[in-house]
Design a protein around this ligand. Structure first.
Ligand code: B16
Ligand code: MG
Length: 219
């Protein structure tokens, strides 16, 4: 039986991707890489340094900066990002998520967070959700990012649950792949064509209810 839920943060609980995009856009302008929506999409769920390398690679600039210069650019992005995060409030929780989390807590499910973001504790605090998650995976402790199964496997482990007892919730294809690889039941939130690998698909967060999940699991 399902005893726990492992959540992605960005795109599931709140929409930090618009803030990540704004913050990276400024850095891209600075290094002379053209910004577009495809590039913004490609960065979802990708770690900070991997994101920077992806941006630079867009214009074959990955070798144009030293490691120290790259570290400074990553720090600059994070400073931009934190200014935006510090303006977040519970109003930034995606529709239906507060009710869903309250419901999960009331029913005794264990919750963990599988976010690639080192800023996730701060984001949760601004959203007023700091106390909802029993445990969070520390992204700094990971060897591999999504789509590797490591982060979602750890999300179950820190709850002392088997992956088979957990449902993973994701909005990115790389994240769904990570959930499936970890052996958990996957819920994909978003375009079902993009997230075709998910066990259960919902087009948006308002559909994320225990009743809908139970229905989908018995279908
Ligand atoms: P940070 P998630 C990911 O969050 C974001 O989708 C991705 O765009 C970001 O680069 C990554 O976190 C790292 O974030 O720079 O704050 O450590 O979707 O895994 O919750
Ligand atoms: Mg996400």
């Amino acid at each position: 039986a399902i005893k726990g839920f492992v959540f992605d943060l960005d795109g599931v609980i709140t929409d930090t991707s618009i803030f990540h995009s704004q913050a990276w856009h400024q850095v891209a302008d600075k290094v002379g890489v053209k910004w577009d929506d495809d590039l913004a999409d490609a960065l979802k769920g990708i770690s900070r340094m991997d994101s920077l390398n992806l941006i630079l690679a867009r214009d074959h600039k990955e070798d144009a900066f030293s490691d120290a210069e790259k570290a400074a650019l990553a720090t600059e992005k994070n400073d931009n990002y934190l200014k935006l995060v510090n303006q977040m409030t519970p109003a930034n929780i995606l529709p239906g998520i507060q009710v869903f989390l309250d419901d999960l807590k009331a029913q005794g499910y264990l919750l963990s967070l599988a976010s690639a973001s080192k800023n996730s504790p701060l984001v949760l605090k601004h959203l007023g959700l700091g106390d909802y998650f029993t445990k969070s995976v520390d992204p700094a402790s990971l060897k591999h990012g999504k789509p590797d199964p490591e982060i979602f496997r750890r999300g179950a482990e820190i709850l002392d649950l088997d992956p088979a007892q957990c449902i993973g919730v994701e909005d990115a294809a790389a994240g769904v792949q990570s959930i499936n690889g970890a052996g958990e039941t996957s819920i994909g939130i978003g375009d079902p064509k993009v997230l075709a690998a998910a066990d259960i698909n919902f087009t948006d967060t308002t559909q994320l209810t225990l009743a809908n999940i139970e229905k989908a699991m018995t279908d």
